[in-house]
Design a protein around this ligand. Structure first.
Ligand code: DQA
Length: 158
């Protein structure tokens, strides 16, 4: 967090760079959902961890989750409209199906980092294909909740 001073001499917080963290379908069930694969941390736990890390990196983290593809598309557009510094996107199963998300990432200039808790390449074959990877700045997968913190550190360096 940065602190600045305005004309009247009051101390004000200079806005940190915005990073939107977008989560797709079924990730609202993290912690309960297939814990052998996705672990016991909830999305709220990950959000709290990212908010704290973001503060130390000068990044304002805004975390969202939706089970609806179109809502994720809208939020990608919003990231650009709001001049976000970067987006972290765990598109869940839409990773493997969604040309709409691919097009949305291509439609914005905001860099998007693809994130996965598990390593999709070590799982079923249908998870090996990511439609969004060709448009992403990069992909971090397989480190559980740490995939998100590694991605946030990468975003800070962009
Ligand atoms: C996931 C991997 C996807 O294959 C799966 O559909 C998910 C979660 C992950 O974070 O490991 O929902 O994106």
């Amino acid at each position: 967090m940065q602190v600045g001073q305005n004309n009247e001499g009051y101390r004000t917080k200079v806005s940190d760079k915005l990073v939107l963290v977008l989560n797709g379908p079924n990730l609202n069930l993290l912690g309960k959902r297939e814990p052998g694969i996705y672990g016991s941390a909830t999305l709220a736990d990950i959000g709290a961890m990212l908010t704290e890390l973001g503060e130390s990196l000068g990044l304002a983290v805004e975390m969202r989750q939706s089970n609806k593809e179109g809502e994720l598309v809208d939020w990608l557009h919003e990231a650009q409209e709001r001049g976000a510094h970067a987006v972290l996107l765990n598109a869940g199963a839409y990773t493997h199906t969604s040309i709409a998300l691919l097009d949305a990432i291509r439609a914005i200039a905001t860099p998007v980092i693809e994130v996965h808790l598990s390593n999709p390449h070590a799982r079923e074959e249908f998870r090996h294909k990511s439609w969004i990877a060709p448009a992403a700045k990069g992909t971090i997968a397989g480190f559980g909740p740490q995939s998100y913190s590694l991605a946030l550190r990468a975003a800070a360096e962009l």
